[in-house]
Design a protein around this ligand. Structure first.
Ligand code: SF4
Ligand code: SF4
Length: 435
């Protein structure tokens, strides 16, 4: 059986045990809270612009904020209630403060009238119809990148394939696995709508070999379907990174600063395909999504939650009290949060609580072992990048390809001298953005 892989990368110690915490959990739907906090910049690009005012009564599914130009996304209400604030500053999972719309739940569960259609009718929609639905429903990349989805389908470059990313290589995360296990047919139909939207003749669903059960389910469900192929990948980190995925599957490289469409492909996450299926067939905008809550907690599980729910409304007080580290996103690429008053946004697919981060010693001298270079999936020299940042030589960082860093953390993970290479690189990127 052919298994795809990429050059570089690592095997994360104990990954199987970390995933096993939630692999077989039921999907929990929590009680709706009294308040939801919806940041206006939860997508890559410009913040959305509110179309409601304080005091307005809203229904679930109602548009709250409209996209500001092409590179932005609509935001809809997950509940019915009253708008209490539209300029409330809250700490986002990215670590930034963001203006948010605050809704007080009235618990009447009133919904807007969704326009649903049968699968048969949906398959007759045009490319434009489907891109319009992506725009209206506020669809963004749900793998964490939050790139507004319609933009990928709007250019005039020819698309030869749509690749669905079901790799989920972060060691604790299993929300995508839960989506694939419980919603295989919706994911496939979502991909079919993406094929219509892109005009591509071929679709791929990419799954790592640590999820053989869902690989088999997809293979059996798609037997006889010549348009879509299920592709199996060797477990390796960061196999789910977009450029590494394309390189492994098609043996083609997306250049520094380029996009997959430059070589004729579009990559979307399996969660995005499921959300598109809901938008096309049920008429439902993106108001809820899946995430894993795990680590040192009483009941690690996967959840289906309203966007805007606070971490504090999802996690037991005791679990907070016994842990010192709160991570949003993932162990490797996530960010540590200092407060549980942080809302779930469209891009957050895991909340992890740990007593402590994996032990790292004090930073030592670089021993020039080249491990960071050998394992960097972007073929960079992390040690050189870190040295440049330490010596304030920011002008030279671009020559060393800093923009190609996907912030996977592999270099920091393998460094025997405990040099926080990724921290230096992130600092360098921030400094370049400030200039
Ligand atoms: S330099 Fe960037 S891409 Fe390379 S290993 Fe480090 S974090 Fe990953
Ligand atoms: S892994 Fe660490 S010690 Fe080895 S070359 Fe890179 S920075 Fe230096």
């Amino acid at each position: 059986m052919k298994k795809f892989s990429f050059k570089g990368g690592i095997h994360i110690h104990g990954s199987a045990a970390k995933k096993a915490l939630t692999t077989n959990s039921q999907i929990i739907i929590p009680k709706d809270p009294e308040y939801l906090y919806l940041p206006l910049n939860q997508q890559l690009g410009k913040p959305s612009v509110p179309v409601v005012e304080v005091g307005d009564q809203v229904k679930a599914g109602q548009l709250l904020a409209i996209k500001d130009g092409g590179f932005s996304a609509n935001i809809h209400s997950p509940i019915s209630g009253v708008i209490e604030h539209i300029d409330f500053f809250i700490n986002e999972p990215t670590g930034q403060l963001s203006k948010s719309i605050v809704i007080k739940n009235d618990f009447s569960n009133q919904e807007v009238e969704y326009i649903s259609r049968s699968t048969e009718d949906a398959m007759k929609l045009t490319a434009k119809n489907i891109v319009d639905i992506m725009e209206e429903s506020g669809l963004v990349g749900l793998g964490g990148a939050t790139f507004p989805t319609p933009i990928k389908y709007l250019g005039d470059k020819k698309c030869s394939a749509v690749i669905l990313n079901g790799i989920e290589c972060e060691p604790y995360n299993t929300a995508d696995y839960a989506i694939m296990k419980n919603h295989c047919k919706e994911v496939i139909r979502g991909l079919k709508y993406m094929l219509i939207a892109s005009g591509a003749p071929k679709g791929y669903i990419c799954i790592e070999d640590n999820k053989m059960d869902v690989y088999e389910t997809f293979r059996q469900t798609l037997s006889g379907d010549t348009d879509i192929q299920v592709a199996l990948f060797k477990e390796k980190y960061p196999q789910g990174a977009e450029k590494q995925l394309v390189s492994a599957l098609l043996n083609q490289e997306v250049t520094y600063g380029g996009l997959p469409i430059d070589i004729g492909v579009i990559v979307n996450n399996v969660g995005t395909a499921k959300a598109l299926c809901d938008a096309v067939e049920l008429g439902k905008p993106l108001t809820h999504h899946y995430l894993t809550i795990t680590g040192n907690v009483k009941s690690p599980s996967n959840y289906y939650v309203p966007i805007g729910i606070l971490f504090k409304d999802l996690i037991d007080d005791e679990d907070f009290d016994k842990n010192n580290v709160l991570l949003a996103g993932g162990l490797m690429m996530g960010k540590t949060m200092y407060t549980e008053m942080t809302p779930v946004t469209k891009g957050i697919n895991a909340i992890i609580l740990l007593e402590d981060l994996p032990k790292v010693g004090p930073e030592l001298q670089c021993v020039r072992c080249s491990s960071c270079i050998d394992n960097c999936p972007a073929f960079l020299s992390p040690t050189n990048l870190a040295q440049l940042v330490k010596n304030n030589k920011y002008d030279t960082l671009n020559e060393y390809g800093i923009v190609a860093c996907i912030e996977c953390g592999t270099c920091s993970y393998v460094c025997p001298s405990h040099i926080p290479l990724l921290d230096y690189i992130r600092h360098g990127k921030l400094e370049l953005r400030r200039r």
